[in-house]
Write a protein that binds this ligand. Sequence first.
Ligand code: DMJ
Length: 622
Amino acid sequence: MPVATLLPFTATPNRKSASPTSFRLTEKFILLLVFSAFITLCFGAIFFLPDSSKLLSGVFFHSSAVETNTRTGPDSSDSGSAGNDERVLAKIRKDHEKALIEAKDTLQKRPDEIKQDIINAKEKVAKESVGQGGKDVNNLPFVEYQRPPGTTGHEPLDPETRERRAKVKEMMKHAWDSYRRYAWGSNELRPVSKQGHSSNLFGSIKGATIVDALDTLYIMEMFEEFDAATDWVEKNLDFNVNAEVSVFEVNIRFVGGLLSAYYLSGKEVFRRKAVELGEKLLPAFKTPTGIPWALLNLKSGIGRNWPWASGGSSILAEYGTLHLEFMHLSKLSGNPDFAQKVMNIRKVLNRLDKPQGLYPNYLNPNSGQWGQHHVSVGGLGDSFYEYLLKAWLMSDKTDEEGKKMYYEALQAIETNLMRKSSSGLTYIAEWKGGLLEHKMGHLTCFAGGMIALGADGAPSDKTGHQMEQAAEIARTCHESYARTALKLGPEAFRFDGGVEAIATRQNEKYFILRPEVIETYMYMWRFTHDPKYREWGWEAIQALEQHCKVEGGYSGIRDVYASTPNHDDVQQSFYLAETLKYLYLLFSDDDHLPFDHWVFNTEAHPLPVIKKDKTDRPNEVE
Ligand code: DMJ
């Protein structure tokens, strides 16, 4: 654009006569007058027209209420502050509108989508708030908690089953309330003398009944009691003790109980306590072979074995019953040591020759050699076999080594230890250097449930056979109850000297509220739905109510063949952890703690299957 067109109207280059230099005086005066009138008009506009900012605000804000509010502010007369207020208001308005849109979106979502959004948001906050490396204040990795299915059940449809299930809950309430009233904080209750009781298996760790009962309280939906127990754990459960404990007992009851409580409830305190205790148990593995000591001083970390155990040996059922809990400890702590320790036990065992394919109960942790060649599926051996099978199941059937070891061991047991009495009762004897002792322990009765649980995974030609074996063992164990005066089974029963399924020695006639027979009924019920298993469970309930129930809880009995009970005055913690839990599940539907999602440790503490499928993985360590 030529510069000339921008010049004032008076300065048109074509108008030679109108050149600025050629203005006369009168013309100059008129021009000055017009110019000053124009300036005056501009000033007038500034001072007398309405506040332009307010006019603008009227254009951009639709709500007069919002504008009114700005006027109530202390500095509303100050034009700069008013501008700030308006910017703030604009932001509030925008946020409001955004929130409204989000709320509308949320309302259109399904409840599970909303739940997932909340979990994601929480997760994000947790991740942002944890320290370096994704660890929390307890140095534990962040874990996305996802409750596995079936943690609580529903009322069975059949009225009789519903009533019986309610009866078991009532029994739990009596056992728990009595413990709470007379022995709160002690390991166990003396229900007759109504005081606390402590076994030296736990050193000076306290609260065994509380930790053992947590998951039973939860699955029975006794949430007030569960909360009281949680509170005790939070405030009082202390592992900083200068005392020697049984590594096995502390693991199955305390570590197992805490892990289950965590997986059922998602409460972090249980994960923290389980890992803390697990770490305190690790020095037990400081032996030349890595086979752990049976006893450990939690403060000094010094371990040793039971003095009576074959030349300083460790015991198969003790060092072989750590696997499930330790795999979960690694998962929840991010520390691979736990898993490595138990996998090393497998390695040591696999290097050794097994007499007739059997695993002797004793193994020297220094030499790595077997002690006495005694074999048992009851005391000293039992849960080792159980954990081989369950390690495979808990790994979502990926632990092929565990599977192979289990089915091979079971074959050796069948060949060498399983026998039939003259009247046709199947039993599992004890093996001592090749000779059989025709005795079966109450503890051995768990094997019916174990064999039923494993039958499905056995080679197909063996499945039916193993289910029959399991049913036969259940029948034998039921006979051991039926042949007593009090209808509760003895600690051990024999098949020699003309007797079958009867205790012949005075020191084998006691019943200490053990769970194994009822445990087998529960598994058999789940796999067969044969009503006899529920009937047998109901018989046991009636006997417990009649002979073991006392005003202050439930007590063991010294002689099940005596016509009246002589109480031993101990309510074992496993009565709440196992016996009552298995009874409750016996009268529950199968979707309560379903077997494809849960595996029970040897103290009946449910642990979730670690799913191999990424989309179905509860509680994965990130
Ligand atoms: C429990 O502590 C466990 O079941 C263990 O495996 C064996 N003994 C008791 C119950 O009898």
